[in-house]
Design a protein around this ligand. Structure first.
Ligand code: 4G1
Length: 261
């Protein structure tokens, strides 16, 4: 997989390419990563990449010519690729999209600055617009890094087998269970007993239930699009029975508890 990031601040990517999973993936040639400085394709003594908006108003717009040339140069590096613009107008990036991108041969990531890029570039040089979320940013660079990181860890061989197991189990649609490490007792707060039991089946069941309940309480929206496994359905039914039991106990305390107020 080849990533080419187009930006007027290529230095922002230097440490990103150098560390962690990305650094290792580049070193092991699972991915090829490069930046193109859009300014290298600008004309004149000042190499200006921005200009005032037609129609007036505040802020500047990225000029089309340097962008078009930079995209051309990127296509020479990654001839089989999709050209993605990081933009607040894009579809919000998610794990599904990361998975789709991970199957492609190349991604050219165009990072806007100022008020954005000339509309004619969006219309004729960009295949897809992607947003990392609904908030105001000063540029697309961090968005490009978010996409590159999420995609890279899905490329076969990039993660160790330990990490990849974690991937298949939930893959974006359930939250993680709580994690614990030593000491067993931290300032009086204890590690759940089941995790010390050595019973792997029990531990696995506990973790699935912990993930489900955390997702249900903190991010119920994630459950709406989920197809539950048989085991997950059993856990949900058990909760229903437990709640029914609580309600039954209430009704035994006499009339009035379940009616009116
Ligand atoms: C209007 C957010 C403008 C922003 C409405 C997510 C944001 C790139 C992203 C903006 C950007 C909202 C992103 C805004 C982004 C030109 C350069 C666009 C910076 C720019 C909600 C500024 N995901 N924002 N405009 O932030 O590039 O990828």
């Amino acid at each position: 997989m080849k990533f080419v990031a187009l930006t007027i601040f290529p230095e922002m990517f230097n440490s990103f390419w150098a560390y962690g999973i990305i650094g290792k993936a580049i070193a092991e040639k699972h991915i090829f990563a490069s930046t193109i400085n859009i300014r290298d394709f600008a004309e004149g003594r000042h190499k200006t990449t921005d200009d005032r908006p037609f129609g007036g108003g505040c802020g500047m717009v990225m000029k089309p010519e340097p962008l078009a040339k930079a995209i051309q140069a990127a296509k020479e590096i990654a001839p089989v690729s999709k050209t993605v613009l990081l933009s607040p107008q894009g579809r919000v990036f998610d794990q599904k999209t990361a998975g789709d991108f991970a199957e492609s041969e190349g991604l050219i990531l165009v990072c806007g600055r100022y008020e954005g890029i000339d509309e004619r570039i969006s219309n004729s040089f960009i295949d897809e617009e992607i947003s990392i979320g609904d908030y105001v940013l000063t540029g697309g660079e961090i968005g490009a890094m978010v996409v590159i990181e999420a995609v890279t860890r899905l490329i076969p061989g990039v993660l160790g087998s330990a990490d990849s197991a974690l991937q298949d189990s939930f893959s974006g649609s359930l939250l993680d269970f709580g994690h614990y490490t030593r000491p067993r007792d931290f300032e009086g707060s204890k590690v759940p007993d089941v995790l010390l039991s050595g019973n792997h089946k029990d531990i696995e069941n506990w973790r699935l239930e912990a993930s489900l309940i955390r997702t249900f309480l903190k991010r119920p929206d994630l459950l709406e699009s989920r197809t539950f496994s048989k085991q997950e359905i059993e856990i949900l039914k058990k909760w229903c029975r437990d709640i029914e039991k609580i309600i039954q106990t209430q009704s035994l305390r006499g009339p009035g508890t379940l009616s009116g107020n």
